[in-house]
Design a protein around this ligand. Structure first.
Ligand code: BTN
Length: 254
């Protein structure tokens, strides 16, 4: 039931990511553990992995359902130069999607900006928390949750909107292989993010759809026309004007 760390190590071919691993059977949130590490000058590439989170959190102050021994909950501590910060929100979901495809043959898509989905249901979410000092990134905490062997139906809160690799594939998958592939893919994309953009864009299920984007207390409606080179969403509004949106939560409209 717990992760086999030797099996993980065997499959890992990274230089940096996961070479220092903090493995916890239970914690509040891996983001908080990683933040403590970052403040204590831990090396970039440190990965904090938990079997269970009792206060897992998502974007927009939501919680992230994190039962024990079934899924992946991890935070990667990175110290990127400023120009590598924005690409992280492209690299992270793409690495998850590619890792799932490597290990299962499923072909997950991405809901802008960084949810990994299968037929509209969420498989994985990414939460990036960064600390800057002027124009220098002190650290960035890339939190990733993947529903792997989770029986979603057991969680009434998310049963209608989420899915898991197991549910999509019809069988459980070894988490070690998926995690190793995720770290391997992530590092390759992080080292050379330029080709990631086109791959990320090609997987965006959002493009061409009629959507509502909510950000803070505003809601914008229109057609998701494209993304720009920075990953911002270009929304064509009913009055014909285009709006460039940096962040927000997308809902598909009928
Ligand atoms: C989202 O889609 O809202 C983002 C979810 C991010 C969840 C992960 S699980 C590991 C890390 N620790 C947390 O508390 N959150 C992130």
């Amino acid at each position: 039931m717990w992760l086999d760390l030797a099996a993980l190590e065997q499959r890992l071919n990274t230089r940096l990511l996961g070479r220092r691993l903090i493995y916890l059977t239970s914690t509040g949130s891996t983001q908080d553990v990683a933040r403590g590490e970052a403040e204590r000058d831990a090396a970039p590439g440190t990965a904090v992995i938990a079997e269970e989170q009792t206060a897992g959190r998502g974007r927009f102050g939501r919680s992230w359902v994190s039962p024990a021994g079934q899924n992946l909950y991890l935070t990667l501590l990175l110290r990127p130069p400023l120009e590598r910060l924005r690409p992280l929100s492209i690299v992270a979901p793409l690495a998850v999607a590619l890792a799932i495809e490597d290990e299962t043959g499923l072909r997950p898509q991405i809901k802008w900006p960084n949810d990994v989905v299968m037929v509209g249901r969420k498989l994985s979410g990414v939460l990036i928390e960064s600390e800057l000092a002027g124009r220098k990134v002190r650290y960035s905490l890339v939190g990733i949750g993947v529903n792997v062997n989770f029986d979603i139906e057991e969680s009434s809160e998310i049963a209608g909107i989420a899915t898991s690799v197991k549910r999509e594939l019809g069988r459980a998958v070894p988490r070690e292989a998926l995690l190793a592939s995720l770290l391997n893919r992530f590092e390759a994309l992080y080292d050379d993010p330029a080709p990631a953009f086109a791959q990320w864009r090609a997987r965006l299920e959002t493009l061409g759809r009629r959507i509502t984007v909510r950000f803070r207390d505003q809601a914008y409606e229109g057609v998701a026309e494209d993304v720009d080179a920075n990953g911002n969403l270009i929304l064509r509004r009913p009055d014909g004007t285009a709006l460039t949106i940096e962040a927000g939560e997308v809902t598909l409209r009928a």
